[in-house]
Design a protein around this ligand. Sequence first.
Ligand code: ADP
Ligand code: MG
Length: 381
Amino acid sequence: MKTKVQEQFKKHYGEGASVYSSPGRVNLIGEHTDYNLGFVLPGAIDKAIYAAIKPNGGKLCRLYSVDYDQSIEMDLSGDKPKEQWAQYVYGVAKEMEKRGKKVEAFDLVFGGDVPLGAGLSSSAALESTIGFALNDIYGFGFTREELAKIGQMTEHNYVGVRCGIMDQFASLFGEDGKVIRLDCRSLEYKLEPFKPTGCKVVLFDTMVKHSLASSEYNVRRAQCEAGVAVVAKHVKGIESLRDVTMDMLDTYKGEMEDIVYRRCSFVINENQRLLDACSALEKGDYVTMGQKMNGSHEGLSKWYEVSCPELDFLADIGHNTDGVLGARMMGGGFGGCTINLVEEKVFDAYVSDITERYKSKFGKQPRVIDVVISQGAHKII
Ligand code: ADP
Ligand code: MG
């Protein structure tokens, strides 16, 4: 894709472009913890958006999307473009202008190999690539953290997706063989080693759309807030589930609905599982890492109830296959992918077994996406 983007730039706009890339991401563990101000553990992957870019000295930007095979002209002092793929580019530039920088017109060609809408955050990869590239060619001096916020605000203000900051953070801060323990309360982060020698990370896409995701998401948020409110009546300084321990939750269990208790205990336990997983990674203990992933799935499915039959089916096969260290649903739930940590020696057999069984049960082929934890945003040429 890198070469293709360069060739297309030459063809459309000529010589002299700089080339940048920024990747999609996976989240190893820590689901539904972000809005409860807990931890997440994402890593950048070896699938990215590539962009060739050069200032053009004119008034209008010229953009070409390789994957949509569309080109447009875009006026940064005019309205946002109607093509969604261009709105990300426009939004990033506008967010930079809000922060006091003048973005002069440029030519841009981009494309990528992050599957769209599969839960690997192709959109964050796109924003991060564009943000990183503009910052570098114009010497704006934004930090990676500021670029992550610019990406997040692009989604909020120009695409209409009220996302958190994990995806942009992972895309910008990722490193080879390292995952990022991000504290969603302080935005402090710590890189944890992730080099599972003899193992692979593979995702299976259920190909199910997340139709319940946004309504159920709001219900879960309200249930978490209800649990926090009960504990906060008794204990000073409780602002989110991050401040609540299992002991506190158990003490005031009688004052909350059972379902609220179940939701809150999932979140508290998921944070603890993530911290335990990080200790395991620091020791190179991938067996424990996998067990924590399995525990995460169990909690998401039975206590937080955001799974679906397709995700449970895939995770369950993983849990019952020798050599599969961990398997869990990834993302908000009700569809999307499972993420699996699998020994290389059983890898091929596992992939074909799960593909066959999924096909005969649900009548469709799961998409198989293997990933390697890789470097975040960088300049290529
Ligand atoms: P995801 O979960 O992959 O982030 P989104 O719906 O948030 O899914 O973002 C997908 C959108 O991002 C696409 O509809 C498109 O507008 C843009 N996008 C992502 N990858 C590309 C690409 N390779 N080329 C052009 N646009 C892309
Ligand atoms: Mg997205």
